[in-house]
Design a protein around this ligand. Structure first.
Ligand SMILES: Cc1cc2nc3c(=O)[nH]c(=O)nc-3n(C[C@H](O)[C@H](O)[C@H](O)COP(=O)(O)O)c2cc1C
Length: 353
């Protein structure tokens, strides 16, 4: 009989790194940087506190690889050469996060068309398709040139190598929630007719290329992860079938774990914003009871990947988390708002540590 899987289990990732338990702090944008978008004492304090809480792994809020495309003011940004001061602040942040045994993974992002006008009036994106939000906060984007696409892939790689240099255990590329990489994946926002658009293979090329290059250039034991939408929940958008197929390609490219989320600014399913699921007919009653918004997708995903799977969104009770791990094949439980409210939640859920 196989042993019962528990939240307190250690998990060994494909790169060989051992995660001390299955609770992961999901990315929560901090907005704590000054005008230089560098780490500072506020990040150090925050991550020391979260590290004390006992999560197996802490994923940072999104760190932007091109400061002209911040997700919001106050984001950390790593683009171009980094000053000694910027490097040592990042190193202090990583060290503080790890002081009590947690791993720290830096989330990398580029907001693309979801860059607000007050940050950039002329954002770049795969195609000139603006957000349908009608509140005037976002400009219609300009399509990226092939040259800028290549530069942006390298910007992700550069930021990943800075994370490695400053003591982070790995990176996670944010390929969900409608940001740039997710814009490439969706046929609604990517109407390109070159090698970066059209077929799913072409739409996934941007993300796969980033992962392939980071895997090739970082040390073998560096964690390389992706946060991927199970779906955009928009008709004609990135679907569950697309997502499962892309996940299989990511595994081939050397991924260590995949985090499942969903939605975007137009359809904010990741935080269950309006508590209305446009595709509710597909939702099983058992899933509603199990709290997590995207659990139904795991069996489909499992047909394509054997790497560890993290599910984030909606977990609130220890019972639902234990069940997801014990019965639903989830390897990591991602917690966002619960850990913001109670930084000691992981310790309470995994009293062994
Ligand atoms: C204030 C806030 C900031 C967030 N920032 C990010 C982010 O930077 N990157 C990201 O991938 N998700 C971000 N998310 C989404 C969370 O990682 C998570 O997917 C979502 O909150 C659902 O999980 P929960 O129900 O445990 O909060 C954010 C959510 C909130 C509420």
């Amino acid at each position: 009989m196989s042993a019962v899987r528990k939240l307190s289990d250690q998990v060994t990732l494909p790169c060989g790194v051992v995660v001390p338990n299955r609770i992961v702090k999901a990315a929560l944008t901090e907005g704590l940087a000054g005008g230089d978008n560098h780490a500072n004492e506020r990040f150090v304090r925050l991550y020391r506190r979260w590290g004390e809480g006992g999560a197996g792994m802490l994923i940072t809020g999104n760190v932007i690889v091109d400061r002209t495309h911040l997700e919001r003011g106050g984001n950390l940004a790593i683009d171009g050469a980094q000053s000694n001061e910027a490097l040592s602040s990042l190193a202090a942040m990583a060290q503080a996060a790890k002081a009590h045994g947690s791993l720290i993974v830096m989330q990398l992002n580029h907001a693309g068309r979801q860059t607000q006008k007050m940050i950039n009036k002329h954002p770049l994106a795969p195609s000139n398709i603006g957000l349908k939000m009608g509140n005037g906060r976002f400009a219609t984007p300009t399509p990226m040139t092939a040259d800028y696409i290549e530069k942006t892939i390298e910007a992700f790689v550069h930021a990943a190598l800075i994370a490695e240099q400053t003591g982070f255990d790995g990176i996670q590329v944010h390929a969900g929630h409608g940001y740039l990489t997710s814009q490439f994946l969706s046929p609604l926002s990517n109407r390109r007719t070159d090698e970066w658009g059209g077929s799913l293979e072409n739409r996934a090329r941007f993300l796969i290329e980033i992962i392939r290059r980071i895997r090739a250039r970082a040390r073998k034991s560096f964690i390389v992860a992706v946060k991927l939408n199970s779906a955009d929940f928009q008709r004609g958008g990135f679907s569950e079938d697309d997502s499962a197929t892309v996940a299989g390609w990511l595994q081939e490219a050397g991924l260590d774990f995949i985090e499942v989320s969903g939605g975007n600014y137009e359809q904010p399913r990741m935080i269950n914003f309006d508590r209305k699921d446009p595709l509710a007919a597909n939702k099983r009653e058992s899933t509603m009871r199990r709290e997590a918004y995207f659990l139904d997708f795991v069996p489909k995903l499992r047909k394509h990947v054997s790497i560890p799977v993290m599910v984030t969104g909606g977990f609130r009770s220890a019972e639902a988390m234990e069940r997801a791990v014990g019965e639903d094949g989830v390897d990591f439980v991602g917690l966002g708002r619960p850990i913001a409210l109670d930084p000691d939640a992981p310790k309470k859920l995994c009293p062994a540590r």
